[in-house]
Design a protein around this ligand. Structure first.
Ligand code: ADP
Length: 191
């Protein structure tokens, strides 16, 4: 039977870094919808051209597009072992994911909410802008992404708290400190 873990949290919380390490150590495949979109943009595909302005202004890509991408990725896996990073981001995406996992017989092992105070997020994202040059890491877009998170994605915290899958992780501290918190949150029920 397949299994899945979801990383939830605002932009700049460090989800990607932690998801990557957890995937490598526990034999999961990291599925970052942001990375997939950026790869389309870099390759100049039709989808990439369509979504570039959306990412550049810090908005969300339409649910149907995202769901299509995710389904495509999962369909290619015989026994899915997936860490979702940056997905789901809306209520509609979360409901669609629930249905998809059920259809495929994939068990949701946990939803990790990595949280960091807003001011720290802005500092981190501005720092990353200088280091990596992501075109959506300027101050205006950062504020927009945080507002979109608060409006569209934060409600998923309640959604997953109701289903009993939510595990809150303090995202402040070194990468190793945060990672060990994630491990202890998961160790009870992950094999
Ligand atoms: P971050 O969360 O740090 O901003 P991501 O790489 O997760 O970075 O996302 C970057 C951008 O990609 C988002 O601002 C949004 O435009 C788009 N995106 C990524 N994942 C999704 C998703 N699940 N639904 C809608 N848009 C998405």
């Amino acid at each position: 039977m397949g299994e899945a873990v979801i990383f939830l949290g605002p932009p700049g919380a460090g989800k990607g870094t932690q998801a990557k390490r957890l995937a490598a150590e526990r034999g999961y495949r990291q599925l970052s919808t942001g990375d997939i979109l950026r790869s389309h943009i870099a390759r100049g595909t039709e989808l990439g051209q369509k979504v570039k302005p959306i990412l550049d202004r810090g908005d969300l890509v339409p649910d149907e597009l995202i769901l299509e991408l995710v389904k495509e990725e999962i369909a290619a896996m015989p026994t899915p072992r997936i860490i979702f990073d940056g997905f789901p981001r809306t209520h509609a995406q979360a409901e669609a994911l629930d249905r998809l996992l059920e259809e495929l017989g994939v068990e949701l092992r946990g939803v990790l909410l990595v949280d960091v105070p807003r001011e720290e997020l802005i500092q981190r994202l501005l720092g990353r802008a200088q280091a990596e040059g992501r075109s959506d890491d300027n101050e205006e877009t950062i504020r927009k992404r945080l507002a979109v998170y608060a409006e569209k994605t934060q409600p998923l915290v309640d959604y997953y708290a109701r289903t009993g899958n939510l595990k809150a992780i303090d995202g402040l501290g070194s990468m190793d400190e945060v990672y060990s918190r994630i491990q202890s949150a998961l160790n009870h029920d992950l094999h």
